[in-house]
Design a binder for this molecule. Structure first.
Ligand code: ATP
Ligand code: MG
Length: 499
């Protein structure tokens, strides 16, 4: 199969062969063409050349409806919920169940409840999509794909917004789908996952087919090698002694204005330090960092920066106080889809520059830094005038990271910074993080990826159900220790329940 976009050959004679009742991994760097191939298979894109065979018969994928009718469903990489409609509507949109001429709301609700119950997703069917968390939206998307009774289910980075427990839950569902004889095409940048649940693996590089292996015949290092086309010795740049005596930020008794959110959080952040924040879903980590950045209200709490009390009541205050926040969900709160990469990279720096030089901006001067940062992060695109929505998922994330790197901040808050980013580019982001702390900046990083949390943090603060449950030094931190603190209060609650 081949498919081009203006200036990019996204697919160049690619092949893929999937067995029934198996989980097939499709992997490659950001921009390798994985999502494009899947969109061709799902009838969203029309390739210039190539054929699709299903059960040995040649089929034409005119559009997604045809694909669904033929038994192919897809969980998209970028979620697209209809915000002001219920879970029910979001699942059955386009195929409402009717009684005579009218939509049978009751039946649809019952079907939804049964579907969610069957998959053990605890989400009320009449909730509006806009009030669901990212991981709940992902669960709805999974439920929807399953509801089509498909033979082939494409999962394009289904776990990118899921935490450890939710991922385990998804794997259980995948196991069941597989035992029912269905095939799953599984795209992920989390290589540990690939080795846990897939049977076969197809690797792509730069729009081309590299090869196919049974998962037992290949190692993680070899997968990385085939993917990036070179050897990668280390997955994390070595830590240097960058932590300074000086405390840059003190967070004291931070408590959310909302019920059931974070409470009494205290920690210190030194210059040159990377503080990781670990925890499970519902730990309120995102809520905490958003409150620090002025996006959420607090009931009590003080921020002390360089020994002085500061107030971040709005993000504008926070930016002025030299904070930066890379949000967790790039589609909802990150990218501006209709603008170019250049503009997206500069929105924050722009404001600053405009404040200083009364709206006069040297396109050439700052343009160079955009080019530099995009090169450093290896953003794959035709040029910086490309609309950001046309970049692959991981490359969009890289531009957002670049945006904050250009903003000249002292405290960089990163919420799941490498979500959807391939191993090679992850390494580049980590290197830049290390460079920043070397320059005396400090980083707060919320991460659900255990290797990243352990590999990059100088100190790990762990939260459980809104409370701080422990702070571990890098040396003493292990996966088991982190998990112990991450479930500390919930275990206690369970014990009390059973008594
Ligand atoms: N609609 C589009 N218009 C223009 N270019 C596009 C479009 N969709 C994809 N591309 C380009 O095609 C190439 C392949 O992108 P694709 O989204 O398939 O990558 P991917 O392997 O899924 O990457 P990621 O891991 O980051 O999700 C990229 O260079 C991307 O910029
Ligand atoms: Mg993709």
């Amino acid at each position: 199969m081949s498919k081009s976009f203006p200036g990019v050959k996204a697919l160049d004679k690619v092949q893929l062969e999937v067995k029934p009742g198996s989980v097939h991994a499709l992997i490659g760097e950001n921009g390798a063409g994985k999502s494009t191939l899947m969109k061709c298979l799902f009838g969203l894109y029309h390739p210039e050349e190539g054929t699709i065979e299903l059960d040995g018969e040649k089929v034409e994928m005119a559009d997604p409806n045809t694909a669904l009718k033929l038994g192919i469903s897809m969980i998209h990489q970028e979620l697209n919920p209809i915000p002001y409609r219920s879970v029910v509507d979001n699942i059955w949109v386009g195929r409402f169940v009717k009684k005579g001429m009218v939509v049978d709301e009751e039946k649809m609700k019952a079907m939804t409840e049964e579907l969610l119950k069957d998959l053990e997703f605890n989400i009320p069917a009449d909730t509006l999509a806009k009030s669901l968390s990212v991981s709940q939206l992902q669960a709805i998307e999974i439920a929807k794909a399953v509801s089509y009774d498909a033979k082939v289910i494409i999962m394009d980075e289904p776990t990118s917004s899921l935490t450890v427990a939710e991922t385990k839950h998804l794997f259980k569902i995948i196991g069941r789908l597989k035992s029912e004889g269905r095939s799953i095409i599984y795209i992920s940048h989390k290589l540990e996952e690939i080795f846990e649940i897939t049977d076969e693996i197809t690797i792509m590089r730069d729009g081309q087919y590299v090869g196919k292996w049974a998962i037992r015949d290949i190692t993680i290092d070899e997968v990385i090698h085939q993917m990036v086309g070179r050897n990668m010795e280390e997955r994390f740049p070595p830590a240097e002694d960058t932590i300074q005596e000086e405390v840059l930020l003190k967070v004291e008794d931070f408590t959310s204005a909302q019920e059931h959110s974070f409470e009494h959080i205290n920690f210190e952040l030194h210059k040159g330090e990377i503080l990781g924040i670990g925890g499970l879903v519902g730990a309120q980590r995102t809520e905490l960092v958003e409150a620090i950045f002025g996006l959420r209200k607090i009931r009590s709490g003080t921020l002390v920066m360089n020994g002085k009390i500061i107030k971040n009541q709005t993000p504008k205050d926070a930016i002025k106080n030299k904070f930066a926040l890379l949000t967790e969900e790039r589609r909802a709160t990150g990218i501006i889809p209709m603008l170019s990469v250049w503009d997206n990279a500069l929105v924050v720096a722009y404001k600053k520059l405009a404040d200083n030089v009364i709206g006069l901006i040297h396109r050439k001067k700052i343009g160079k830094s955009v080019d530099d940062i995009c090169r450093e992060l290896d953003v794959r695109m035709a040029n910086t005038d490309t609309l950001i929505k046309n970049l692959s998922g991981g490359n969009q994330q890289k531009v957002l990271v670049g945006r904050w790197l250009l903003s000249d901040c002292d405290i960089l808050i990163l919420d799941e910074p490498t979500r959807g980013v391939d191993v090679g580019a992850k390494y580049e982001i980590y290197k830049i993080m290390r460079d920043l702390v070397k320059k005396g900046k400090a980083i707060i990083m919320v991460s659900s990826e255990m290797p990243e949390l352990l590999g990059m943090s100088d100190k790990i603060m762990i939260m459980c159900e809104g409370k701080l449950s422990g702070i571990l030094e890098q040396k003493e931190a292990t996966q088991i220790e982190v998990m112990k603190y991450a479930t500390m209060f919930s275990n206690k609650a369970k014990e009390e329940d059973s008594e």
